[in-house]
Every structure is written in structure tokens, then in C-alpha cells.
Design a protein around this ligand. Sequence first.
Ligand code: SAH
Ligand code: SF4
Length: 346
Amino acid sequence: MDLRALELHELRELFKELGEPSYRGEQVFHWITCREAISFHEMTDLPKSLRSRLSELFSLELPEVIETKTDVDGTTKFAIKLKDGEVIESVLIPERDHYTLCVSTQVGCPIGCKFCLTGTMGFKRNLTTGEIISQVVIGRRYVKEKELELPLRNIVFMGMGEPLLNYENLLKALKILAHPKGFNYSKKRLTVSTVGIIEKIKKLAKDFPTALAISLHAPFDDLRRELIPIAVRYSVKDLIEVCREFPRIKNSRITVEYVLLRGINTDLKCAKRLAELLKGKVFKVNLIPFNPHPELPFERPTEEEIEAFQRYLLDRGILTTIRKSKGLNIRAACGQLRAEIQSAFN
Ligand code: SAH
Ligand code: SF4
């Protein structure tokens, strides 16, 4: 059993079943979350005999980090090998006053977006809740070990995979990450990025609304369906509508991710339609200049094209930022480090 996959109430139950007082479960929850423990022997407020017993019953071993690459801008990418040998990625990104950790939710991805390396890799399996949480523990331990100045404050589910297609494990991970007696991440600082699985967005809205990002990439259904095969099931209009109803924490905005692909979705027609779709104060746009890779048939627009697209939206009152290409030198785009490691092995 992976204790990192358990919520506080489940750990309390487990300790009762072990014949221990339930508050021991609460102590262990504290240690394995915000204290990032990797062994029971660290848990100095537990009796020695209990620590030994727990060590025999459970393992707190983390998945192995097989490669760590840091770019000059401070972006660090971890390639993490899971128990069954599959490799996933997490990326630690420095911001002005904190770090953001980008975590994976699946090995590969079943959606198959045409511009995404993870998408071209196909789908292997869902990550367990424990594997999702382990990435956070790995990131936090790294920040501590390297004595980095800034706190790891934001978690974004923008690594490999489609989070909402691994709904139950994601939901549990979100609850563990937000629990005040554990990691205590504010829900505003947990961002679920989705390609737009409408029924699951509605479910998240009811179950545990965190911050939301949607990967729109095109304002027209036909173009969007060319880029994102699953979009045949969802119209742009319905997707935007369901987002407008999503509960937002303190009126924070929903992020619309828009990968800029040269000559594909960067023309005036797209900008105009996008501005119409997103008018009001619900959304902000994050433009992501395409991160090229030899296996992907697209080009990155020029700086002028990128800025013109942003300018058009800004002039129409749409909050619009351009994602800086952090970690370009270490291939920090979705799926790229894993792909490199795999081709090195094959
Ligand atoms: N599956 C979810 C979350 C993971 S992908 C989703 O699609 O939202 C996270 C983001 O990375 C998406 O917005 C995706 O469009 C973007 N992305 C994928 N490949 C990219 C590339 N080659 N260049 C730039 N952005 C890319
Ligand atoms: Fe999957 Fe997101 Fe990549 Fe699309 S962009 S293939 S949904 S990981």
C-alpha cells in the first residue's frame, strides 16, 4: 500500500485498524506531506517500536529520479522512473517570488494533439494518486536540498497526460495537496489544465473546484478538430459556456492556453473570433509559442507575429500574456525529455 495515496481520514482509519490511536495517522500524514519524509525513522514524535513496525509494513521509497537537467534560466526538469519502468517528467519553474511545479498525470496521453510530443507517443497508463503526489515530494525535496530561496507554491497539472481522463486519482491528489494539515496548497494555486473534457469539467466544478486552464488552441471547431482529435465530441461554444459556469476562487480568471502555430492559428480571423468568444472578465489568455521538435510538423511564429497576436487581443480588452520559453535548452516542453531518454535507450 502506498501511504502517499491516502487522505487524512483514510490514514486515521488505517491506524485504528492497526490498533493504534487515530491521531498517529494524523502525525504520519503530516510527515509524508509537508515534511517530505522518505522513512519512518525520521518521524521522531512516534514511538520507536511503532516506527519499526511501520517500516516493516509500508515503504516510503520515492520513484527514482534518473535524470535532472537544469537550464541557465533555473528551470529544472526531472525524469522520473516509476516502479514498472515507465518514465514520466516533472518540471520545476522559477517565477518572480516562488517556484511552480508542473506535474504529469498519465504515462503518454490518449488525446493525440498534433503539436504535442506526449500526444504522438500514445497512451500507456494512468498515474496512481501516489505517483502524482510523489512528484510533488520530489520537487519539494529538491528545493530544500539545493537550498533554493523561493518556496514551491504552485502546482500545475500541465505535464504529460490529460488530467481529467485520470479523474479519480487526480481528485484524490488534489484533496491531499490542499489539506490544511498536510501540504496545505491553496486551491487557487493548484491548476488543472485540460484539453476540454466537458463532462469532467462539470464534475470537478461540483467535487473540488481548483484553478482551471483550458487548452483551446483554436476558436473554430473545424480547425480545433484538426489539431485536437477528441474535439469532435465538444464544440468550442459549449466548452466556453461550461467554463463560464465554473466556480472561480475570488473571481480569479480561467486561463485559456493557446499554442501559436505558424500559419495555422495565428491569423487575424482567429484573433478576432478569439476576442469575441472570450469577452468579459472570466478568462485570461496565455499564448504559448510552439516549442519545435523534429518529429512535430509545425513551426514557431516569429516574435513579430507573436506580439501582433497579443496586441490584437490586448487592444480588445482581453488579458493576454505570452508564456516565456523557459527551459528551451533542456527540452522542457511536454514529453521532450522522456522522448530523448527513450531514444537513447532504444
Ligand atoms: N493535457 C492537458 C495538460 C498537459 S499539456 C492539456 O492539454 O491541457 C499542457 C500544455 O502544453 C497544453 O496547453 C499543450 O497545448 C502544451 N503543449 C504541448 N506540446 C507543446 C509544444 N510542442 N509547444 C508548446 N506547447 C505545447
Ligand atoms: Fe495530451 Fe495535453 Fe499533449 Fe494534447 S496537449 S496530447 S491533451 S498532453
